[in-house]
Design a binder for this molecule. Sequence first.
Ligand code: UDP
Length: 318
Amino acid sequence: MKLLVTGGAGYVGSVCAARLVEAGHEVTVVDDLTTGHADAVPPGATFVEGDLAEVAPTLLADGFDGVLHFAAKSLVGESMQDPAKYWNGNVLTSLQLLDAMREHGTPRLVFSSTAATYGEPDQVPILETAPTRPTNTYGATKLAIDHAITSYAKAHGLAAVSLRYFNVAGAYGPYGERHTTETHLIPIVLQVAMGTREALSIYGDDYPTPDGTCVRDYIHVLDLAEAHLLALSHTVEGEHQIYNLGTGTGFSNREVVETCRAVTGHPIPATYAPRRAGDPATLVASADAAAEKLGWKPERTDLHTIVSDAWEFTRSRA
Ligand code: UDP
């Protein structure tokens, strides 16, 4: 298929773009490089640097079979301090993309949604039917886009799939996580192991979890990419399907740090700090729907594998 990958110079976008190219698709990446890296665009993809809302109408006029929409602002803390950046950058831009798709008859969309659309869950594992009550602006903007996609699917026949990611980690060869502002646990721990950060603060040790630290569902970025390829081939005209992507297994922050110590051989000094605002105690996906409807089965569910791949990538960039 001829595909437009928005945000394809970012972490998840670059891994997916690489896999799409490898699977034989004709890929154009559009990215404004505010957080992405030009050298993360896989060879074999055409790269257009620019503002998505500005370039999408011209690009899509060329006739595309589908769009994979990764481009987004994704820092939870920043979204609370500067909501306009998120409502404009995520929601407004996505609406402009949807309109450009409609205008030019682009039939399919795979959208990067997030577990943050659910907020604090009443029940874990979290099903796709769980209430959506985001606790931060980032999650609220992603949920708003999901709602818009549902309306466009109903009204205009768009074939869409939203994938709600839980905690993405790991790397795929030269494609991995390298944010200038890093807030995620595994890359931060690996920075300590690399010696570029002194110590780790573990936010909260008094949660109602087995060891008192938060529990998260880590999914390998390559398994995530495979889900996008499957989603693309399972879109149905006029339908908006929504799937959680996680492994169904949770690891505590303490277990993550222990695994990073084992993988890196570094002591990784860590201290407990107060809870981080808005952090739910436990976020674990039910991925049964993705398994059943998309035939998706994550294969790299072992935390040791996920951290080892991230560590190899981190060292290769040093
Ligand atoms: N976390 C931590 N120290 C850090 C960064 C994160 O203890 O320096 C914790 C965070 O409070 C949460 C877990 O690690 O309990 C996962 O956070 P992350 O930001 O990686 O992903 P999130 O679950 O918020 O999407």
